[in-house]
Structures are given as structure tokens and as C-alpha cells.
Design a protein around this ligand. Structure first.
Ligand SMILES: [Fe+2]
Length: 585
């Protein structure tokens, strides 16, 4: 297929104005409905979910599995402010349509701010699990608590992290992407899946490409009781990363998309259609908007006067192809073309968000009145700059690499302490740095700087949340001139393997690496490089508290959880200390 523009994508996507999409109001429905009637039997095998809370509305979701294949299944949605449904505030009939994989999604409006609601779906024979959802608070808000998650890989291990998150008191769960993985049975992170009883479904063992492939993968993941429990307990606010489509996706391609897998744009639409069917996310274009009006996955959530949460799409909407060091390295001589690389890397047109989303974010930051500006997004924003001599060393992972990094860290520590005995060669070793991951914001520095500058100019307290790496990180963000502009808190994976696997390190080695790395990387304050878990972030008027929780084993049903690290930041610490003084980037 020729160039498939975003406009085409929106125009051609049935799910945007979707038949399964229903908007209804608590205030607008007064007639009593007794039961939904269907000819054949149905089952609720995939739980319930809520998401995209606003002060007056919630997305409520379920999926039914009918014995036959009717065009639609009729369901009764009931909403109550009590868990036992002793007082039903709203009921309505809704449809789970075949064309939407029998997913049913209702945007319930007319709700009260900062309130808990319970909901369930049923027909005359079956009733779903009960879900709990929460609307956004309004006005003066004293605290907001999020659990932050990413990278949940079903074949890699048990979803203990979801079970833990289900038990927390939260305002919302933020899932920053890699909610599913596209790989085939036998592919990435499936090594122990058969032994764990978590192999891919028998009819879905190949890499996902078609709409049915993606739908079946969501169905497998959502059969997990821990994931069902997390969804039933909290409202989720989600963004996709690459694996909801395929590895290292960008606007017009992906590392893990080959020509024999068909047209990439068709595959992307398949992936996004299944995403919108299965995730409790508000459709891109609602019935209330003018037809054809474009919306992005990016959207903001206002938690009263305390937090504005801006969810971004750094993957699909506008991302330019990732740069690759090997394209700047002479095959014969090994010489690196620094000048060409730097020119490409820092080009003003180089974008991760795309101009439209970037302008939208800047406008949101400028007009926001909330104390904290929180970016919920996929990839690390902190500068993860390593001495360039490590570039070739990374291709030979193992304990020697850790020793090499430890040596450089010790050297850096001496330099930071003003040790004048450092040789000029050693200084050179430390000063010649390169970005470790060009798929992250380090590969798109111009746009990162624009965001920093906007936050600084507005004197906004910037807190960036990230996933993607499978490991835990905390960093202090600085602009090009070295001014502090905010913090980044990154969540470990739910179950995807981390750096310990890539670098082939045992626990002692990887813990040593986590100890020395913050000495070497200027912006890095903390990291955990080998454990699965989640991040809890609590915002109050006076401070931000971050807690990283880890589970000790995702390959055993019995496990333990521990608080691995906590870090607090005072509100004044987070204030942008210096307004940007010049416009050079
Ligand atoms: Fe991931």
C-alpha cells in the first residue's frame, strides 16, 4: 500500500466511531431495565475494566464469549456507589458486537468528581465480575497516588506485580506500554513459558500480524486472573509502546517488521484496532465531536489543582526513524563520522512526538494551572550518556564489562571530587560520551530541549514517568545549559527480562553495576537493573514520594514483595530554579 497518512488512518478506522462505542449519562437514563436477553449462552472470561477517568465520566469495559457467533450480544450495565449494588444508580442496555471482538465499551457520563463507582455487566443467565472505578477529583486536592507499570510479558512469568497493584489504594494505574508482546512461541522471553503454564495460545503461536492475531493475544493476557484483578480494582490510564504493534516501531516501520509480513501500515491498523477494542481507553473520536476531527493518543487528565497528567505517544504518531551508530561507522576502518552523526541527531526537524503533538504538549504546559506537570510516556528522557569507549564493550557482555564500568565510575568520582592527579588521557576517556539508547529521548534531543524550555519558562514542576527499559531508574533532568528542570521516575517491568539478562550477569554482578552506574551517569540518581516490580508515586502540596516495589520471583507461584527504594522530592526542590536565559538549543 502506498503512503498511508494519519488522516487515512483516522478515516478508515471503524473503531474510532466504533459500533461498540456507546456514550451514556447517569442523568439521562431513568427507565428501569430488568435484564438483557440473548438466544445463546455467554461467558465472561476476560473480566471487566475501567479507564480514562474524567471528573464526570469513565470508560467501562467488558468482553463476552458467546457459545454461538451472533452479530451482537445484549448486556445490562449496572452502576452503583456501593460494592454490593444495594443502591443501583444507573442501568442501561449495551451491545458487545462481533465486529468489535465482542468487546463492549461504554463512556458513562454525568458522574460526580473524586468518587468511587462499582459496575458489572450481565445478561439473564450470567453476570460479570464487579469492577471498581474512580472519577478524577476536582478543586483543591491534597494527594494523588499512581501505580506506574510497563512491559507485562505473559510468557515470561507470573503477573505478581498486577496482583500487588490490585491491593493498593490508588487514584489510577498508569500503564506506559508493552501491555502485550508480539513475538512467537519460541521467541523473546518465552523460554520458560511451557514449564510455567504460560505458553502462547495454540492458535496464536506465530508473531502477531493480522487483526485476529492481535485480538487472540489480548484474550490470552486478559485470561490472567491477576491482570483481571488489577483492572477490576482500579481505573487504568494507558498508552501503547512499540510491542503493542512490533519491536522498535516508528511512524512508518519497525525493527521487527519484515517485507514478507505485508504492509506495515496495515499491520499497524490491525494492532491499533485490537488495542482500542480491548483497552479501557476513550476512542479517538467521540460521537460528541465533529466527524473527521483528529485526536491523538495523547491526552491530559487533571487531578484538581495538584496534578496535570499528560499522556504522550512517543511511538506511532510522529516518531522519525531511530538513528543507528553503525550507519555512521566506516565498515573498513571503524572510523566514526561524528560530524554527520551530530548534525543528524540535533537537527531541528528530528522529532519523537511529531510537530502537532509537540505543540499540543507545549500548549498544555503553558495553560495548566496544576502544581505538578506529569508526563506519562514510554521511553527514558534522562540523558543516559556513557563514555564512548564502552560502545564496543557492550557487544561483549559479562563481568568484564561491569569491571570496566566500575573502573570508569571510580575515575569519574575522582574527577567530580576535583582530583588534579587525573591524567589528560583519563579526562578524555570521561569527557567523550555517547548516548546508550538512540530509541529513547537521547535520540531526539532537540525536541526534548523544547519541552524543557517550555516547562522552565512557565516555572512548572516537571515529573516525567517512563517505562520501556524493564528496569527502575530515578534521574534529575537538566537542560543543555545544565539547569535542573525536573525529575524522571522510571518503572521496572511487570515481567519482561531486564539488563541482567542482556548483560548475562548474576545478582551480585548486576547489583554492583547498579551501585556504580549513578556515579558514572551525570543525571542518574538510582537504578535497579534486575528485578521486576512497579513504581508508586504520591503527590502532595509539599512533596513527591516515589517508591519502587519489587517481587522476588516471577517464575514461582509463591513470592515475596519488598520496598526496594524510596525517594522524596520537596516541591521547592522541584521548582525550576532558573528561567532559561537564552534561546539557543
Ligand atoms: Fe518492554
Amino acid at each position: 500500500m502506498a503512503n498511508f497518512s494519519r488522516r487515512d488512518f483516522l478515516k478508515n478506522s471503524a473503531f474510532l466511531t466504533g459500533a461498540a462505542w456507546l456514550s451514556s449519562s447517569v442523568f439521562g437514563c431513568s427507565s428501569a431495565v430488568t435484564a438483557a436477553k440473548n438466544n445463546g449462552a455467554i461467558e465472561f472470561l476476560h473480566g471487566v475494566a475501567s479507564g480514562d477517568p474524567l471528573t464526570d465520566s469513565l470508560i467501562l469495559w467488558t468482553k463476552v464469549t458467546p457459545a454461538q457467533q451472533p452479530d451482537a450480544v445484549q448486556l445490562l450495565l449496572e452502576v452503583s456507589d456501593t460494592a454490593d449494588f444495594s443502591r443501583v444508580q444507573h442501568q442501561e442496555l449495551c451491545l458487545a458486537r462481533k465486529e468489535a471482538d465482542y468487546c463492549c465499551k461504554v463512556d458513562l457520563t454525568g458522574l460526580q468528581p473524586g468518587r468511587s463507582y462499582y459496575y458489572r455487566f450481565s445478561d439473564s443467565n450470567k453476570v460479570s465480575a464487579v469492577g471498581h472505578a474512580k472519577t478524577l477529583p476536582a478543586g483543591a486536592v491534597s494527594q494523588v497516588r499512581f501505580a506506574v507499570l510497563s512491559c507485562s510479558n505473559y510468557p515470561a512469568g507470573y503477573f505478581h506485580v498486577y496482583q500487588q497493584v490490585a491491593q493498593q489504594q490508588l487514584d489510577a494505574v498508569l500503564h506506559l506500554g508493552d501491555y502485550i508482546y508480539e513475538y512467537e512461541q519460541g521467541g523473546y522471553a518465552t523460554e520458560r513459558s511451557v514449564e510455567l503454564g504460560r505458553a502462547l495460545a495454540a492458535d496464536n503461536q506465530a508473531e502477531m500480524v493480522s487483526l485476529q492475531d492481535y485480538r487472540k493475544r489480548y484474550a490470552l493476557y486478559r485470561s490472567d486472573k491477576d491482570l483481571q484483578q488489577a483492572h477490576a480494582s482500579h481505573s487504568f490510564i494507558c498508552v501503547w509502546d512499540d510491542h503493542e504493534i512490533t519491536n522498535d516501531a516508528w511512524t512508518d516501520g519497525a525493527e521487527n517488521h519484515q517485507p514478507n509480513e505485508g504492509d506495515y501500515q496495515v499491520r499497524k491498523l490491525n494492532a491499533l484496532q485490537a488495542y482500542y477494542e480491548w483497552m479501557p481507553i476513550r476512542p479517538l473520536v467521540s460521537g460528541k465531536q465533529q466527524s473527521g476531527q483528529q485526536q491523538s493518543l495523547s491526552r491530559s487528565f487533571t487531578f484538581g489543582d495538584l496534578v496535570d497528567l499528560h499522556m504522550l505517544d512517543t511511538r506511532i504518531e510522529g516518531r522519525n526513524l531511530q538513528l543507528d551508530y553503525k550507519h555512521y561507522t566506516d565498515e573498513k576502518t571503524g572510523a566514526f563520522d561524528t560530524q554527520r552523526f551530530t548534525a543528524d541527531l540535533t537537527h531541528p526537524n528530528r522529532t519523537l512526538l511529531g510537530p502537532k503533538q509537540q505543540q499540543w504538549l507545549q500548549a498544555q504546559l503553558m495553560r495548566s494551572k496544576a502544581q505538578y506537570q506529569v508526563l506519562g510516556q514510554q521511553v527514558l528522557m534522562a540523558k543516559m550518556m556513557f563514555p564512548s569507549e564502552l560502545l564496543s564493550a557492550f557487544s561483549k557482555p559479562g563481568p568484564e564489562l561491569v569491571a570496566h564500568i566500575a573502573e570508569l565510575s571510580a575515575l569519574k568520582q575522582r574527577a567530580d571530587q576535583g582530583d588534579h592527579s587525573l591524567s589528560s588521557k583519563d579526562k578524555q576517556r570521561l569527557e567523550s560520551v555517547i548516548a546508550y539508547n538512540l530509541d529513547a529521548w537521547d535520540g531526539y534531543p532537540y525536541e526534548r530541549e523544547l519541552i524543557y524550555k517550555t516547562a522552565q519558562q512557565q516555572n512548572k514542576q516537571l515529573v516525567v514517568l517512563a517505562g520501556d527499559t524493564h528496569n527502575a531508574w530515578a534521574s534529575t533532568l537538566h537542560d543543555q545549559q545544565g539547569h535542573k528542570v525536573g525529575i524522571e521516575l522510571a518503572t521496572p517491568s511487570v515481567s519482561s527480562p531486564g539488563i541482567e539478562t542482556y548483560l548475562k550477569l548474576n545478582t551480585a554482578q548486576v547489583e554492583h553495576l547498579a551501585d556504580v552506574l549513578p556515579q558514572l551517569i551525570k543525571e542518574l540518581d538510582y537504578c535497579n537493573l534486575h528485578q521486576r516490580g512497579y513504581l508508586l508515586v504520591a503527590f502532595s502540596k509539599t512533596q513527591v514520594d516515589a517508591q519502587w516495589y519489587f517481587v522476588d520471583d516471577i517464575t514461582k507461584k509463591q513470592y515475596q514483595t519488598r520496598l526496594g527504594h524510596q525517594q522524596s522530592y520537596t516541591a521547592s526542590e522541584l521548582s525550576a530554579l532558573t528561567l532559561a536565559s537564552d534561546n539557543t538549543i
